[in-house]
Design a protein around this ligand. Structure first.
Ligand code: SF4
Length: 398
């Protein structure tokens, strides 16, 4: 079987490959960082096979065939929102309130309690922004979940929500994040980043937190020893240079703090939103984008594809383009993807289904917790013999 470095050697010998692309392949082979201009060049000139060879080389050097997933469920407190992002198919503006939901504290707590005894390791809480969901509300919610089920990892709210609630409470980011941590917050998901470039951001999601504010909140969280993820909404009105600019800013913050775990490219979907006239990019472009992200973000450990958003088959393909994580079992608890027109309208897979999906493409399924501790290695696991749920104490990261 051909080794990964052999694939790159073949590329380097290819007489049809431009000197610039050969230079980038050589850099990847030497583990050297690529520049902004080289990132743009990859998008403009890198063909699918070339990008896949580079990204898979990096993926396999870091993780071999290991492919991560977790067992989680989502709570989406509301789909009403004070903001009006043009790409958002999820939020129903306050004026269309009849189509919205607003869960109470008790309703959300009961959703957590419903999973008592189930081997889930994470609750992912994210939704629209409304005034009643403020600092005291989330402090109480996190504290109640923490008291009820101490080992359940609380991954909650994006800087969009944090910026809003801290401003309302008249507290700075450092104070706010400390209060959240004290209440029980374990990590921050990657949402709300969209695209950092201000010209594009103003057109698609004006008014909510800026790129600098998004980055500042993650930085404060990292200073407290917390971990977080980062996303990028791609395939709408942005140009390649905007994608590279987005990743460059993430790479710089990661150099400074090391607090990011995973980068998650999010594909723009055009169903039922104010950008329905903008066509969606192809699956080929999705795969190219995963690959460039894997190559550019040399200081991020993981690249994740949300299978519920891009379909199970594309998620399988993505494992050859730099992706090493396909998210969780979900249990049909999120509407964010389905309302935007994603392939999966009722996203949920059993652990067995996720494991088979990964094994079918020759990779090793590893159930992880939120911080990538191995919960169960399913490589040689025979179903019918479900392991007892195992929980791990959260490591302290300073
Ligand atoms: S993307 Fe988020 S902040 Fe924007 S309208 Fe939708 S729910 Fe609100």
């Amino acid at each position: 079987m051909m080794q990964n470095s052999d694939n790159l050697q073949v590329l380097l010998q290819d007489p049809n490959l431009s000197a610039d692309l050969k230079h980038i392949a050589q850099k990847v082979l030497n583990k050297q960082r690529i520049t902004f201009d080289e990132g743009v060049l990859l998008y403009e000139q890198g063909e699918l096979g070339y990008l896949g060879a580079l990204a898979n080389h990096i993926r396999e050097e870091r993780h071999g065939d290991k492919t991560y997933f977790n067992r989680n469920f989502h709570i989406e407190p509301t789909n009403l929102c004070v903001y009006d992002c043009k790409f958002c198919s999820y939020s129903r503006l306050l004026k269309q309130k009849s189509e919205g939901w607003e869960y109470t504290m008790d309703e959300m707590f009961n959703m957590v309690a419903k999973y008592d005894g189930e081997p889930v390791t994470e609750v992912h809480i994210v939704g629209g922004v409304l005034p009643q969901y403020d600092v005291p509300f989330y402090q109480e919610l996190f504290a109640r979940i923490r008291a009820h089920r101490p080992e359940l990892h609380i991954k909650a709210l994006t800087p969009v929500e944090y910026h809003y609630i801290f401003k309302k409470a008249k507290i700075d980011y450092a104070t706010g994040m400390r209060l959240m941590q004290e209440a029980g917050l374990d990590s921050i998901p990657g949402g709300g980043a969209e695209i950092f470039d201000s010209e594009i951001r103003d057109q698609i999601s004006k008014d909510k937190c800026t790129a600098d504010q998004w980055l500042a909140i993650h930085e404060e969280w990292h200073k407290l020893g917390g971990r977080s993820n980062a996303t990028m909404l791609y395939g709408h009105i942005e140009e390649y240079r905007h994608r590279v600019d987005h990743m460059e800013r993430l790479r710089q913050l990661q150099d400074k703090t090391g607090g990011f775990q995973t980068f998650i490219p999010l594909k723009f979907r055009n169903k039922d939103n104010q950008m329905s006239h903008v066509p969606e990019v192809s699956v080929i472009e999705d795969l190219r984008n995963y690959a460039v992200a894997r190559i550019y973000l040399d200081n991020f450990d993981h690249i994740k594809a949300y299978w519920a958003m891009i379909s199970r088959t594309t998620a399988q393909l993505s494992l050859n383009f730099g992706v090493d994580d396909i998210d969780g079992t979900l249990d049909d608890t999120t509407k964010i993807y389905s309302m935007a027109g994603a392939e999966e309208q009722h996203p949920g897979m059993s652990t067995k289904q996720v494991v088979e999906l990964i094994k079918h493409v020759g990779r090793q399924p590893i159930e992880r917790d939120t911080l990538y501790n191995v919960v169960t290695d399913y490589t040689n696991f025979v179903f019918g013999d479900e392991p007892k749920p195992q929980y791990y104490k959260l490591p302290v990261i300073n």
